[in-house]
Ligand binder design. Structure first.
Ligand code: UD1
Length: 421
């Protein structure tokens, strides 16, 4: 199994181009199931999770061609309405086919995701939302079996639905389903993440009638059919944020290209508080740092607050910053898997419930550590970049799920990262 070998201590300088967002691309690829004519996408990053989604859609009969970052999907002849356990267990976001399948074909069979490294992550709100739209849903043998065949015109019926918790993929699933429902759906307490907005913008180009995406009330007036369109996926703000933290920690000057600074307000604010200089224009962000940082308190919450997907990276930053900080995780109950590994590199971190107390140390020490989930892995890479000596990161398939060309991008900035067998 591949490992990353990082020799720490190099400053980072130069430019890095940010890829299209994984978390926007996944729902957008699934939205192809709603369209009767081909959908043409660009800025689709070369990532494991993207490959998994494409494979899943392929098993359903969607015709797919991929050329670099461009993907065309033709769902005019879908033959299977199922996402098997084998698929869903490798990627929870496979649940995003549920809404589109049910809305367009009136039937869907999707495996329940089960547990994952960062918590139990149920999909009850996806299911309740579809039930509010009239779907008949049975859970049998670990599968969600959903049907609209008993409904007028066999179509989901518009409904008002309040989500108890802000859920990103839940909002996306229900928005896609409602796009083809009969009547008006109002989603309350909806997620406001930029990836939700990107999906809504594409659905509107496909012929959907959606207003309010980016606020906590989204209104969808269902239409009878949707067509393909062309769409360029929004930049990956989490990939961007990870390189920004890398530059701040390692020191140097890094300019990110193809990025929208306003999607990263909370992250930029925290980096400035830590002592880095962050400037930006229309589609670039520059981070300048001498590598001497001050510890910053972090509290994760739904967008536009500080993203949970950047928590682990800031834990690494705080581990080598001056002072004591508190990192509070409010979204996922078990998202401190990186702490034990950072401790093996000399970090001084103690956990009390959903809060980690981080006492900055003057130097981290290279060690062999294990990646446990996507963003935890990113925090280990960041720690490795500044640690004394060599760091070996095992199980890097997690990183390949969400970071395109990670080692090439870091090495182009001056890092010393090698993939070894
Ligand atoms: C998405 C992102 C993930 C990010 C997360 C939070 C994708 C593909 N993934 O995940 O990178 O970390 O948002 O920003 O976009 N919950 C329920 N019931 C549900 C749904 C969610 O209890 O039906 C809970 C979850 O367990 C969690 C919280 O709600 O505690 C938020 O989860 P959610 O926003 O749904 O995360 P994902 O959409 O899976």
């Amino acid at each position: 199994m591949d490992k990353l070998l990082i020799t720490g201590g190099n400053r980072l300088n130069g430019e890095v181009t940010v890829s299209g967002a994984k978390n926007a691309a996944l729902p957008i690829l699934c939205a192809a199931l709603l369209a009767e004519t081909p959908l043409h996408l660009s800025s689709i990053a070369a990532l494991k999770d993207i490959d998994t989604t494409i494979k899943l859609l392929d098993t359903m009969g969607v015709k797919i061609s991929r050329n670099g970052d461009k993907v065309t999907l033709d769902a005019s002849e879908v033959a299977s309405f199922e996402a098997t356990y084998e698929m869903v267990k490798t990627m929870r976001a496979s649940i995003l086919v549920l809404g589109p399948l049910l809305a367009r074909f009136g039937t869907a069979r999707v495996s329940l995701p089960g547990g994952c490294a960062i918590g139990s992550r149920p999909v009850d709100l996806h299911i309740k939302g579809l039930q509010a739209m009239g779907a008949a849903i049975h859970i049998t043998h670990g599968y969600i079996q959903a049907s609209t065949l008993h409904l007028p015109n066999r179509r989901l019926q518009g409904a008002r639905y309040y989500m108890d918790l802000v859920t990103v993929t839940g909002t996306e699933n229900l928005m896609m389903a409602a796009a083809l429902a009969e009547g008006t759906t109002v989603l309350e307490n909806a997620a406001k993440e930029p990836e939700v907005i990107d999906l809504a913008e594409m659905l509107i180009k496909m012929g959907a009638n959606i207003t309010g995406a980016g606020t906590d009330v989204i209104t969808i007036v269902g239409v009878e059919k949707l067509n393909g369109t062309t769409h360029n996926v929004v930049c990956d703000r989490i990939e961007a944020g990870t390189y920004m933290v890398a530059a701040a920690m390692a020191g140097g000057e890094v300019k990110l290209l193809n990025v929208q600074a306003h999607l990263l307000d909370a992250v930029i604010e925290k980096l400035r508080e830590a002592g880095a200089t962050v400037t930006h224009d229309a589609d670039t962000i520059t981070v300048k740092s001498d590598g001497k940082l001050k510890a910053v308190n972090i509290r994760t919450a739904p967008h536009p607050a500080f993203p949970t997907d950047m928590q682990a990276q800031f834990m690494a930053l705080n581990a080598m910053a001056e002072g004591v900080s508190k990192v509070t995780e409010t979204i996922f109950e078990n998202r401190f898997m990186h702490v034990q590994e950072l401790q093996r590199m000399g970090a001084d971190i103690s956990i009390d419930g959903n809060t980690a107390l981080v006492k900055g140390v003057s130097e981290l020490d290279g060690a062999t550590v294990m990646a446990t989930d996507l963003r935890a892995s990113a925090s280990l890479v960041l720690a490795g970049l500044v640690a004394r000596g060599d760091t070996v990161i095992e199980r890097i398939y997690h990183l390949d799920r969400g970071y395109e060309n990670l080692e090439a991008k870091l090495n182009a900035l001056g890092a010393n990262v090698k993939r070894v067998a």
